[in-house]
Design a protein around this ligand. Structure first.
Ligand SMILES: Cc1cc2nc3c(=O)[nH]c(=O)nc-3n(C[C@H](O)[C@H](O)[C@H](O)COP(=O)(O)OP(=O)(O)OC[C@H]3O[C@@H](n4cnc5c(N)ncnc54)[C@H](O)[C@@H]3O)c2cc1C
Length: 277
């Protein structure tokens, strides 16, 4: 099927992009890599009058680093992250996550910002960025800016804290110390597919940060502090039964199969972390 007719605008500055979104004379929609929006247009699940493309906005296609943070522009593609074009806040994690998304043709176009804003529960970045404690920088009407922690950004399946007309500009990730460890394990039927279960953790003994997060839960990623404490104190994942009990306490509608997949993903994320040295 073909999309319903629309106009395509390619603004050269963030102000122009915001102006187009705020104009109010048309149903406007942002397009980044088009890897999620494209199929929705083709199926006519979305029928905007105008698409505002972000791919030519300089600030959104850059990666920056400071002593304390790494900043990734929202329009940076998965492929650039896979290729090591962005600094790592903890060695190897971003490249590992990016390389496991879909296949190269999707990664060449799909962007980190598009993935976060689309908020598919089975997507990779929503879980990875929650584990990394990222903050999202958002630009709104008349140049207003606000910052939203990743754990508050995704509010459910395909629901985010974005307000109409707002643009996600930057993903800011804190840097971790040299002794920090990470794990990321994705269970899917075939390499390159969306996940059946994801478990991610980041543990930094220097700053005493430890987060254990589960993805592909049907909604927003699930952070599990008790499992993080167990990991920080013992250096090992909890036994399968304890992981399942903890997950069920957080989300009672998880099926036995899903629980098993998530518990196994957590154990493997911890086992595989030992091989990152
Ligand atoms: C075959 C296939 C397999 C895939 N497998 C995986 C997978 O295994 N794991 C995974 O994580 N993903 C997967 N994806 C999704 C892929 O990662 C997409 O790139 C991503 O979901 C959307 O990114 P995009 O840049 O293409 O966004 P688009 O499709 O352009 O936009 C998606 C949505 O976000 C909005 N948006 C985009 N950018 C911004 C912004 N900066 N500010 C505000 N709103 C914005 C758009 O308006 C739209 O609503 C797959 C996709 C395909 C087609």
């Amino acid at each position: 099927m073909k999309p319903a007719p629309f106009e395509l605008s390619q603004p050269g500055t963030l102000d122009d992009a915001r102006g187009l979104l705020a104009a109010g004379d048309a149903d406007c929609r942002i397009i980044a890599g088009g890897q999620s929006l494209g199929p929705m247009l083709n199926l006519r699940l979305a029928r905007p009058d105008r698409l505002v493309a972000l791919s030519a906005l300089p600030g959104l296609t850059e990666c920056r680093e400071t002593e304390s943070h790494v900043e990734i522009g929202a329009a940076v593609t998965h492929a650039r992250i896979e290729d090591g074009d962005c600094p790592e806040p903890i060695p190897g994690m971003l490249r590992h996550v990016a390389a496991g998304i879909a296949y190269r043709a999707v990664r060449n176009r799909g962007t980190i910002g598009g993935s976060l804003c689309h908020a598919d529960p089975a997507a990779d970045w929503v879980t990875a960025m929650t584990a990394l404690g990222a903050t999202l920088l958002i630009s709104g009407e008349a140049g207003t800016r606000r910052e939203v922690p990743m754990r508050d950004f995704m509010q459910g399946a395909y629901r985010t804290a974005l307000k109409p007309g707002e643009i996600l500009t930057t993903v800011r990730i804190p840097r971790y110390s040299a002794g920090a460890r990470w794990g990321y394990y994705k269970i899917c039927r075939k390499v390159g597919e969306f996940a059946d279960a994801i478990s991610a953790f980041v543990a930094d003994p220097e700053t005493r940060v430890c987060r254990v997060v589960f993805g592909s839960t049907g909604g927003a990623p699930l952070e599990r502090p008790a499992l993080a404490r167990q990991l920080a104190e013992t250096g090992a994942a909890a036994p399968l039964d304890e992981i399942k009990k903890d997950l069920l306490a957080a989300q009672s509608d998880l099926s036995p199969v899903k629980l098993q997949q998530m518990a196994i993903a957590h154990q493997r994320s911890v086992q595989e972390a030992l091989s990152h040295d």
